[in-house]
Write a protein that binds this ligand. Structure first.
Ligand SMILES: Nc1ncnc2c1ncn2[C@@H]1O[C@H](COP(=O)(O)OP(=O)(O)OP(=O)(O)O)[C@@H](O)[C@H]1O
Ligand SMILES: [Mg+2]
Length: 344
């Protein structure tokens, strides 16, 4: 009976990683973890256009959008629609959950307020926000209390976030709102403009995954890669051959932007921290780190040792869970977590 009462009165705590491509939510009670694409479908099944046309069935399947761009909310209404059903499962008894959410280090106060509002409107009672690179470092197994500098780069769907952590503090951080989605956009545009075919999202995503194979090219001439998509003039599904050179050329400016940010960040580090980073190397997290060849590309450009975290796609949420475990026994913990001032 007493246990039942305590269950009803105890405030549940949850950790949220609201990413541009994927939303991960962990509920402390019952240790339930959920991961969903950050997508809101715009056509309900009963509203689908019933036409015997490939083009319309393609539209029916692809009329979705993410309420986030570059790691931040751009559509609060859809962000709440996305979070609401996920938060519903974390509610216990009468109590709404208190939550720990993560945001990129370059977010403005307004963007973090919008994130807090979305989480509250979706059903949380309180929300505290921490930098997602901080969570990623903990989730990657980095000892953030070490007195020597550790560097982490999280390459996600919409944002590439880079930070140096030392003595339990973020001593440097920089970010660019360029990441995997920009690689995919660049490839899609290149294929549309050359072949008049809009590749399926799955085909575009698969092309970005093979950076290493594409860069090696196996031979200087490259190779043709089969790509499925929608012929936008004839309005039917087709399979075309796209040359690996076209894909590499499309990706090049996006990769250059990410590498430039890393190079500029490294140049800004004070000499002592720079020396420590040379010793410790770079740890990569986020979906972008799973692109085969991304680690060697960054290593070649920085002359630093680059390693990929053990579970790179879940480093942020794993770190947020560990942070939550640390805080949740403390009274009113959400009031004691402030966004740090981050030297850039
Ligand atoms: N095995 C893989 N190889 C290459 N890329 C992958 C792989 N798995 C996922 N990705 C890419 O990772 C991206 C998603 O990464 P992630 O889940 O870290 O983003 P996010 O956290 O939602 O975004 P952000 O943190 O930027 O808001 C997708 O574009 C996907 O194509
Ligand atoms: Mg992320």
């Amino acid at each position: 009976m007493l246990a039942c009462f305590r269950q009803i009165l105890n405030q549940p705590s949850i950790a949220i990683d609201l990413g541009t491509a994927n939303t991960r939510i962990y509920s402390g009670r019952g240790e339930v973890f959920r991961e969903e694409p950050s997508l809101v479908r715009h056509v309900r099944q009963d509203q689908e256009i019933q036409a015997p046309d490939d083009y319309f069935s393609y539209l029916n399947n692809h009329l979705t959008s993410s309420p986030l761009r570059g790691g931040v909310i751009v559509d609060i209404h859809n962000a709440v629609s996305l979070l609401k059903p996920l938060l519903k499962h974390t509610r216990t008894g009468l109590r709404q959950p208190v939550s720990l959410a993560c945001a990129p280090t370059d977010t403005t106060e307004l963007e973090r307020k919008l994130l807090a509002k979305a989480v509250l409107d979706a059903g949380a009672a309180k929300v505290a926000i921490i930098p997602e690179v901080w969570a990623a470092a903990i989730g990657a197994g980095i000892d953030v209390t070490l007195p020597s500098a550790q560097m982490l780069i999280d390459i996600g769907e919409g944002v590439t976030d880079m930070a140096v952590i030392r003595d339990g503090r973020l001593v440097f951080a920089t970010a660019t709102r360029t990441a995997c989605s920009d690689l995919q956009k660049a490839i899609r545009s290149a294929i549309i403009s050359r072949h008049r075919v809009c590749p399926t999202p799955a085909a575009t995503e698969r092309l970005t995954h093979e950076l290493a194979a594409l860069r090696q090219g196996n031979d200087a001439a490259g190779r043709d890669i089969p790509v499925q998509g929608m012929d936008i003039i004839r309005r039917r599904q087709v399979k075309i051959a796209v040359h690996s050179r076209e894909i590499l050329d499309a990706m090049a400016p996006v990769l250059a932007k990410i590498l430039k940010m890393i190079e500029a960040g490294l140049k800004k580090l004070p000499e002592n921290i720079s020396c420590e980073v040379v010793e410790s190397g770079i740890c990569l997290t986020g979906g972008g780190s799973c692109i085969t060849g991304m680690d060697s590309l960054i290593a070649a450009n920085t002359s630093l040792e680059v390693r990929i975290a053990p579970d790179p796609m879940h480093s942020v949420i794993n770190g947020a869970i560990q942070t939550l475990d640390y805080w949740k026994e403390k009274e009113n913990w959400w009031e004691n977590i402030a966004w740090p001032s981050i030297p850039a």
